[in-house]
Design a protein around this ligand. Structure first.
Ligand code: HEC
Ligand code: HEC
Length: 186
């Protein structure tokens, strides 16, 4: 039976290289922070993101399915191999807690929205993400607000439509509350 495993097609044809990814990320830290812990408003933290999520988002930017004036130019020249290595590097970094001072009432309301919509069923109960699904815990507040509005309104296209449909029911107030709650998580 063990032999059956060898017959299964490999998901990756090569192993991603964390050390190579560190070198290939040198231009990224100017915006995304040391080790991928961003402090600039509107810039996502990449530390401890699932490697597959980072890889797939970079592909989206390179293929112009996702666009951002600041970010897009940095994805243009990356090869698939670069994106795999970069994804592996950031996945191996530790996420720093958010420095944002959340409003307690908004955070409490955001927690209820999250529970009502079962966001943790995909993003994991501790919101650390898995596979193509991003970590949300401690993510930048302005970034989360912009993404959820964009996913809801269609200005950010997602890979398979699952997140766009999950965002449909959210009001602007829900989105603000959610972002405050996420900032309180580690
Ligand atoms: C000039 C600033 C800047 C630089 C340099 C930069 N980025 Fe970005 N990056 C951004 C911004 C801003 C966003 C958010 C775009 C948006 O709002 O959709 C972003 C988004 C991303 C995302 C999406 C994260 C997610 O959770 O969906 C990834 C992955 C990413 N960048 C990786 C990189 C990598 C790798 C590099 C270096 C090769 C890099 N970035 C360089 C500004 C930058
Ligand atoms: C069916 C699974 C699923 C559910 C349920 C779900 N998500 Fe997502 N979410 C995803 C996937 C997949 C992505 C990546 C989107 C893409 O393809 O660009 C994502 C992306 C996101 C992003 C963008 C983060 C980033 O780093 O760019 C935010 C914010 C988010 N989800 C919040 C939520 C919230 C809040 C809920 C509950 C209201 C929720 N999600 C429910 C699957 C899901």
């Amino acid at each position: 039976m063990v032999g059956v495993l060898w017959l299964a097609p490999p998901i990756h044809t090569f192993a991603a290289d964390v050390e190579a990814g560190r070198g290939k990320s040198e231009t990224c830290v100017a915006c995304h922070g040391l080790g991928g812990n961003a402090t600039l408003p509107g810039v996502p933290s990449l530390a401890a993101q699932p490697a597959m999520h980072t890889f797939l988002q970079l592909v989206q930017f390179r293929e112009k399915r996702r666009r951002d004036a600041q970010m897009s130019p940095f994805a243009e020249k990356l090869t698939d191999r670069d994106m795999q290595d970069i994804g592996a590097y950031f996945a191996a970094q530790t996420a720093a807690p958010s420095r944002f001072v959340a409003d307690a009432a908004k955070a409490a309301a955001g927690r209820k929205v999250l529970e009502a919509h079962h966001c943790g069923s995909c993003h994991m109960p501790d919101l650390s993400g898995q596979n193509q699904i991003p970590r949300l815990a401690a993510q930048n507040v302005e970034y989360v607000v912009k993404q959820l509005r964009g996913l809801r309104d269609g200005s950010r296209r997602d890979i398979d439509g699952t997140m766009a449909s999950a965002a449909q029911a959210l009001s602007d107030q829900d989105i603000e509350n959610l972002a405050h709650y996420l900032a309180t998580l580690k």
